[in-house]
Design a protein around this ligand. Structure first.
Ligand SMILES: Nc1ncnc2c1ncn2[C@@H]1O[C@H](COP(=O)(O)OP(=O)(O)O)[C@@H](O)[C@H]1O
Ligand SMILES: [Mg+2]
Length: 366
């Protein structure tokens, strides 16, 4: 089912939940709503579900406006963070509940519940009480209860937040496989960018009720349209510097009190047209230590002082001060550098970003 939100808004006397959200979800896609707590993800989801009534705009399913359609008639299945299971019922009782409400006949209920439970890997737990299940099993029951209605649209609201890290990882793969296999259009609310990046076909990034970007994951990461998206997507976050772009002897250079770097023309040209300061962004993994094995070209290195060395296992995260400006650098191996060392860093300037400090829009992609 195709889902379209057109200027969808919700507010409660003065409090804005969602502000003119406009986006299109293709049939069979999984779209993530991503953003910090309070940015309007749940509000928007609940409007799609029909639980919140919009104060403006429309929701359409396959081209038909559904604003006035009751939640139970929208063909949706919902999965929440709190499993919202009936604790006094068995697994069978919980999964079959929506079908019993619809007065589906007993034989068909048996069959559909068994099929969904088998698909979720809980087919042999149907007679168990909810209290006897692990968190992961409970979340499977709650997913089974959403699926048994054979919905046209699945709505997830932070479904994995209560699970431990390891289980989250496996459940996220499981949900994605299931959703892909069944081809059910889905909206997946999360504040966890890794979840969004790994599961979603497209990601809607929200901040303060406003849609900031709606893009495929790799574009959000490599071609962020706004300063907010650049800073929110990626961990550790992108480094930002206030610079002026100068053109000397045909070279573009980013200059400030702290830095002086030569830039490739295709990245710098548009930002150079701006008068005054611009914001330059570079990701921690696009800066590296200079050593004999990796000599750097002239104008691509800066010297900084190590302020923090954090071993992350596979990589090391360095805190670096460059003439008073802080920066994070992610390196494969810290190669014995210590706090207080003065070290040369090479910048992969083919990946720098530039933003307008006034509008916070990208000079490259907005
Ligand atoms: N029922 C409500 N009444 C009043 N304000 C609400 C209600 N639901 C949400 N809000 C407000 O709307 C904003 C967005 O909330 P929400 O959609 O729950 O954010 P998220 O799910 O992204 O964490 C918040 O400021 C929140 O306080
Ligand atoms: Mg929420």
């Amino acid at each position: 089912m195709r889902v379209e939100l057109d200027n969808l808004s919700k507010s409660w006397d003065g409090v804005v939940g969602a502000d003119r959200i406009t986006l299109d979800i293709a049939d069979g896609d999984l779209v993530a709503f991503l953003g910090p707590s309070g940015c309007g993800k749940t509000t928007t989801l609940l409007m799609v579900a029909g639980i919140y009534k919009p104060t403006g705009g429309t929701i359409s399913f396959d081209g038909r406006v559904v604003n006035e359609v009751a939640p139970k008639d929208r063909g949706i299945g919902m999965v929440f963070q709190s499993y919202a299971l009936y604790p006094h019922m068995t697994v069978f009782g919980n999964i079959s509940y929506p079908l019993r409400i619809q007065k589906v006949n007993k034989g068909e209920i048996r069959e559909r519940v068994q099929r969904v439970a088998d698909m979720m890997g809980i087919g042999d737990l149907l007679d168990r009480n909810i209290a006897q299940l692990s968190g992961g099993q409970q979340q499977r029951v709650s997913l089974g209860r959403a699926l048994v209605k054979e919905p046209q649209l699945l709505l997830f609201d932070e479904p994995l937040s209560n699970l431990d890290a390891r289980l989250r990882l496996s459940m996220r793969g499981e949900i994605k496989r299931l959703q892909d296999g069944l081809g059910i259009t889905s909206i997946y609310v999360t504040h966890d960018q890794v979840e969004a990046m790994t599961m979603a076909d497209k990601i809607a990034v929200m901040s303060k009720g406003v849609l900031q970007a709606y893009d495929v994951p790799e574009d959000l990461y490599d071609r962020p349209k706004t300063l907010f998206v650049a800073g929110f997507v990626g961990n550790p976050p992108m480094n930002f510097f206030d610079v002026e772009i100068m053109r000397t002897d045909g070279d573009f250079r980013a200059k400030s009190g702290a830095i002086d770097l030569v830039l490739p023309a295709d990245r710098a040209e548009k930002a150079a047209a701006a008068k005054g300061k611009v914001i330059m962004g570079i990701r921690p993994e696009d800066v590296d230590l200079v050593d004999d094995s990796a000599p750097a070209g002239e104008g691509l290195t800066l010297t900084g002082e190590i302020t923090v060395v954090e071993p992350l296992g596979r990589e090391d995260l360095l805190g670096v001060g460059i003439n008073g400006v802080d920066m994070h650098v992610l390196v494969d191996k810290a190669r014995g550098v210590r706090v207080g060392d003065s070290v040369d860093f090479v910048f992969n300037t083919s990946r720098v970003q530039f933003f307008d400090p006034e509008t916070e829009l990208s000079f490259l992609w907005a």
